[in-house]
Design a protein around this ligand. Structure first.
Ligand code: MIG
Length: 664
């Protein structure tokens, strides 16, 4: 049951698509006040799930989280905000309920930080809707919530292929080399990503003709090899005379305004930019239409970056900083002055104050950005999604975004942002998956191998063994870091086998993804969601259930020759070096130590279940479901969902086939 409680005058976020019964009684569970505070006592054994893309564990207790979409490459324990704002939680313990705080400004979840047994949620202004969802269990509550917020985005099937990316591919030649080297090594590949360097001086919807003289031909050449090129689109529009996007935006008032009703200026990659007013429906439609510049060249996938929006600096703050620094540096700078100086310079990027300095035009009303900050990225993705439905109605386009709010899950996926080549970031990514799924984001994954910092060979192998289960499976790295295309490593062969295992799993993963999307369910779940009465399951932070058949247990520690695994019931252990070179063993309920070599993938098949595995091929296009074999418990069946992988309404063309196990 869902009940909606209204406080003050909430901004219409469009997070939800269904109406919920409005309740005029007091909000249950929480103590409320006039200042946007919602307080609740936590029982010692309560678990708080949710918050989507956030740091720390599956159980969110013990930290203060701030929903404020941020360009923050520091994903560590001390962080408060990442790129998304996903304000949905489930409290499970003495009471069991879900709560969605539909508020687009700054929202704080103090979950046992100030007081260990108290949760307090604070909305900066007391204008919000709170939805309270009760149900039988966590899965039921999540399903009701997901129905409320609408069906998750379904990407084309090729988006489940492996993708290679790097910030630093400079030109056509760089792209061709990646494709060639993967072919040479016979490692499957479905996509290569174009980062900001393909553009002409970081201008959206332009292509640098010197470096990419014929992107249309390159795209076509790649397509013949089954490879899709996926360019990046940033939020800020370069201020430059003669640049059509800039000029049209100025002429039609499609950019965010400052308090004097002039186009607001910030600085990002292109230098000084204006920000499209994605909350204005005309601007949204206009910007979305621009994607055709690239779809006309054969492009059918995009990633949206910097749409928190990231602001490196604003002119005013820069001038102010320079002036103050001048007075500090003109003297012989003491230690105190030195720290003021470095603090001010570091404080230019993403300065909270800058988000008070611009406005959106929402149906003729000027709304201060900071009050609706968390909706910006969502509406950028919406802009593209809605336009592309019109531009190419015959097919799904790959989309994923960095910033998001609940509601954005209907328009695209999200990638988990600028992680690092750290072992702890395998675990961090894994812990976000169920929470992202709760919030509707099914198409997601981390930069495999790590974005910032230098990766290591063993980290890459272990990371592949984790990421080969995530819908978005992309190797991406930052400029200046160690090259991490798989062919750079001495263990490339073992790495290639992991990619092939992924390809043999794609029909299964796609099938489970579609079942989850069409039924408003989660693809990844904490053990406790399925084994609610099992005490030990409630403490497991490093294993996840995947679909209805699997449990994944990645290794995320360096030099570990195995790991402890908890089985909430009997399961089948699979150790796999190649898609056709594996061993299985049935293990009883309980705690086990599972040795695992570096070139070995381990996962579990749930009791009396089986999964489909196909013969791997070099791109998704060539996958032949006819080669499917079942791996799992003897005598069990698997129901495979398939469609054409590309049409918009998958429901229309859904086929189901029941596969039966054969002897293995
Ligand atoms: O300020 O486009 O998260 O994936 O490679 C950095 C360059 C801008 C941040 C993205 C990252 C991308 C990078 N971008």
């Amino acid at each position: 049951m869902i009940k909606k409680y209204i406080f003050g005058n909430p901004f219409p976020t469009h997070a939800t698509v269904e109406n919920a019964e409005i309740c005029n009684h007091k909000l249950p569970y929480f103590k409320t006040d006039e200042n946007g505070n919602f307080t609740l006592n936590l029982d010692e054994n309560d678990i708080v799930y949710g918050l989507g893309e956030q740091i720390r564990g599956i159980n969110k207790r013990g930290w203060k989280y701030v929903s404020w979409c941020s360009d923050n490459p520091d994903h560590h324990e001390d962080t408060h905000s990442l790129y998304g704002a996903h304000n949905f939680i489930i409290v499970s313990g003495k009471e069991l309920f879900g709560a969605f705080f539909d508020y687009p400004g700054r929202l704080t979840f103090d979950i046992g930080y100030t007081k260990i047994n108290e949760m307090s949620v604070h909305a900066e202004r007391n204008n919000l809707a709170v939805y309270i969802i009760t149900g039988e269990n966590e899965k039921d509550i999540t399903k009701q919530f997901r129905r409320l917020i609408g069906r998750s985005y379904i990407p084309p099937m090729w988006a489940f292929g492996y993708g290679q990316s790097r910030w630093g591919y400079q030109n056509e030649q760089d792209i061709r080399i990646v494709a060639e080297k993967y072919k040479e090594r016979e490692i499957p590949l479905d996509s290569i990503y174009l980062d900001i360097d393909y553009m002409e001086r970081y201008k959206d919807f332009t292509v640098d003709k010197n470096r990419f003289p014929d992107l249309e031909k390159l795209t076509a050449d790649m397509k013949t090899q089954g490879i899709h090129l996926v360019p990046i689109i940033d939020a800020g529009i370069k201020i430059e005379e003669g640049y059509d996007v800039y000029e049209e935006g100025v002429k039609n008032n499609y950019f965010c305004k400052n308090e004097n009703m002039e186009d607001f200026v910030g600085a990002v990659w292109p230098g000084r930019v204006h920000f499209p007013d994605f909350l204005n429906s005309d601007a949204r439609e206009w910007f979305g239409g621009k994607y055709s510049a690239l779809t006309e060249l054969g492009i059918d996938g995009f990633w949206n970056d910097m749409n928190e929006p990231a602001i490196f600096y604003t002119d005013d703050r820069l001038a102010d900083t320079l002036k103050k620094n001048d007075s500090l540096t003109s003297k012989n700078m003491g230690i105190d002055e030195y720290f003021i100086f470095t603090g001010m310079v570091a404080g230019l990027n993403g300065n909270v104050g800058d988000y008070d300095k611009f406005y959106h035009n929402v149906d003729g009303q000027m709304i201060k950005h900071s009050e609706v900050h968390n909706l910006y990225g969502m509406n950028m993705t919406r802009s593209a999604f809605e336009a592309l439905q019109k531009i190419q109605p015959e097919k799904r386009t790959l989309f994923f975004s960095r910033a998001s709010y609940i509601g954005a899950h209907r328009y695209g996926g999200v990638w988990q942002g600028d992680n690092k080549s750290w072992w702890s970031h395998i675990l961090q990514s894994m812990q976000q998956l169920p929470a992202l799924n709760m919030a509707g984001f099914l198409f997601t994954g981390a930069d495999t191998g790590g974005f910032g910092c230098d990766t290591t060979e063993d980290l890459m192998l272990r990371w592949l063994q984790y990421s080969l289960f995530t819908p978005l499976f992309r190797n991406h790295a930052a400029a200046g870091t160690r090259e991490q295309e798989l062919y750079h490593f001495s263990t490339v062969e073992a790495m290639g086998e992991m990619i092939k295992i992924r390809y043999s799993l794609i029909p299964y993963l796609y099938s489970e993804f579609l079942k989850a999307a069409l039924n408003d369910e989660m693809l990844f779940r904490p053990l406790s969601f399925d084994f609610a009465n099992d005490e030990d399951s409630r403490n497991i932070e490093d294993q996840l259930l995947l679909g209805n058949e699997l449990m994944i247990t990645p290794i995320y520690k360096q030099n570990a020759n195995g790991r402890y695994v908890y089985l909430p019931e009997e399961m089948m252990l699979v150790r796999m070096k190649k898609h056709d070179d594996f061993k299985t063993e049935i293990l009883p309920k309980g705690h086990h130590y599972i040795p695992c070599k570096l070139n070995e993938l381990i996962f579990f098949i749930r009791k009396d279940k089986a999964i489909a595995m196909c013969t791997p091929v070099d791109c998704t296009e060539k996958i032949d479901i006819g080669t499917a074999k079942l791996l799992g418990y003897q005598g069990s069946t698997y129901t495979l969902y398939k469609d054409d992988g590309i049409s918009h309404d998958p429901k229309g063309s859904l086929e189901i086939s029941v596969l039966k196990t054969v002897d293995i």
